[in-house]
Design a protein around this ligand. Structure first.
Ligand SMILES: [Zn+2]
Length: 460
């Protein structure tokens, strides 16, 4: 893999100067501010069309996509990509949609690095209701936003400080019965609209742009069927972040654990000396997880141990856990800590047999992205041109970009404008959708205008 990165760095160093565009072209590039409201509206309309399709993904389903609704959205996106004039549109049998915006108006397009944008089409199953009723609150003027009068549900301004920056914008929420699905259908709508903008403005010179819409990100299967070779970008971005300006180049290191407790059942009437009820051992194990190691007490750069599911009865109980830390050494310490908790529990309950199986899930993508500083520079510059302040922050979770980065495609994550993902209070401002569209257009232009960004990578 190091060899691939070395070749990529050499590619940028050799071609960085010859990819430069003329000053006249530079002046033609970028997003015309006067058209912002038109394209913002187009992106919001798209977004509302996409959220109407139920694409909630399901865990523990072997097939990709895990639910049929994702195929429906994938077909819609394929059709739309063809209609707006994108090239090489293809959809595979698993619901991955790939398309290309060919280079335009540049000399030696093969010498300009190929930028990629990726968003996922599925939504989280954290909220059960799948029918989404979006509400558009026009011209927000501050204060709480009512989701349902009847239920008394609302988005509280005090708990959502970003609302202060959205005065005058439309805010899109649900009616409080479901999540919104802005994670990540806003990203899909923003990418699609940015491509439409570039197609409708043929005077803007740019290199080749690769686009992919992927299924089952929420159940960690997005990269599994991704055609990395066919996608063939020099570097990419998942458009799947939160508030305006967010750039993530760092994720947790992640592992999962299954702790199994084996007891012995018998009729409770004749259980004396015979029954070994492993429920008590499982309860003890959960109880001795220190408070400060639990996600509800962790933030910023702290990792955690998260028991998220418990199944079973007297004879067998299974506890499923997530283990997370930004530092790989600390992740190993946390794995060891769990093994020790198991040993302690085993000592207290000698008649219960306890096993633990731990597996790595994904790694911190910073390990890779540290060697490609231009991936961040390009996003930061694209945001600044859209008058968005870049905010580099680690993701307290994972992203498909972490897997893509380790597969050989350096891939950071940029904002969509979504807030309160995976909850009934999920919301997004129309203004943020517009800013994300503008940022994507700017980033495409930067690839051909700012070759110095691509010749400064570190060595690996
Ligand atoms: Zn997402």
């Amino acid at each position: 893999m190091r060899k691939i990165y070395f070749l990529l760095i050499v590619f940028f160093l050799i071609h960085s100067v010859s990819g430069a565009q003329s000053k006249e072209n530079l002046e033609q590039s970028g997003f015309a501010k006067k058209e912002l409201s038109e394209y913002q509206k187009a992106a919001v309309d798209r977004f509302l069309r996409y959220v109407a399709i139920d694409t909630q993904s399901k865990d523990d389903v072997a097939s990709i996509p895990s639910t049929p609704g994702q195929m429906e959205l994938a077909k819609t996106l394929k059709k739309e990509a063809i209609e707006i004039g994108l090239s090489d549109v293809r959809m595979d049998s698993h619901g991955y949609v790939y398309t290309v915006l060919p280079a335009n108006g540049v000399r030696n397009p093969e010498k300009i690095p190929t930028i990629g944008f990726i968003s996922h089409i599925d939504t989280s199953s954290d909220v059960e209701e799948t029918k989404i009723h979006p509400k558009v609150h026009e011209n927000y003027q501050g204060g709480d936003i009512t989701l349902s009068e009847k239920e008394g549900s609302k988005i509280e301004a005090a708990k959502n400080p970003c609302l202060k920056t959205c005065i005058g914008s439309a805010i899109i929420t649900t009616d409080g019965t479901s999540l919104l699905g802005a994670d990540d259908k806003s990203g899909v709508a923003e990418i699609m609209t940015a491509m439409e903008y570039l197609i409708k403005h043929p005077k803007i010179p740019h290199g080749t742009v690769k686009i992919a819409f992927t299924p089952d990100e929420e159940v960690d299967k997005g990269p599994a069927g991704f055609d990395l070779k066919g996608f063939c970008a020099s570097f990419a971005y998942t458009v799947d972040g939160g508030e305006d300006g967010e750039i993530n180049d760092e994720t947790f290191n992640a592992a999962s654990a299954i702790v199994s407790f084996h007891g012995k059942s018998s009729h409770p009437g004749s259980a004396k000396g015979a029954m070994v009820n492993c429920l008590f051992a499982a309860a003890h194990f959960l109880d001795i997880i220190p408070l400060e190691q639990r996600p509800e007490n962790s933030d910023e750069r702290q990792g955690f141990l998260y028991p998220y599911e418990l199944n079973g009865g007297t004879e067998k109980v299974e506890v499923k856990m997530l283990i997370r830390d930004f530092e790989s050494v600390q992740l190993e310490t946390k794995k060891e800590f769990i093994r020790n908790l198991v040993k302690q529990t085993q000592k207290t309950f000698p008649q219960v047999k306890i096993d633990v199986a731990i597996e790595d899930t994904y790694k911190n993508m910073k390990t890779i992205l540290a060697s490609f500083p231009f991936v961040l520079s390009c996003a930061e510059e694209g945001m600044k041109r859209a008058e968005v302040t870049p905010k580099k922050m680690p993701i307290r979770g994972g992203t498909d970009g972490a897997d893509f980065s380790f597969m050989g495609l350096p891939c950071a994550n940029i904002f969509t404008g979504t807030h309160n993902e995976h909850s009934r209070e999920e919301w997004i401002a129309a203004n943020s959708i517009g800013k994300a569209v503008e940022t994507i257009v700017n980033m495409v232009c930067i690839c051909s205008e700012k070759p110095e960004f691509f010749g400064t990578s570190g060595s690996n």
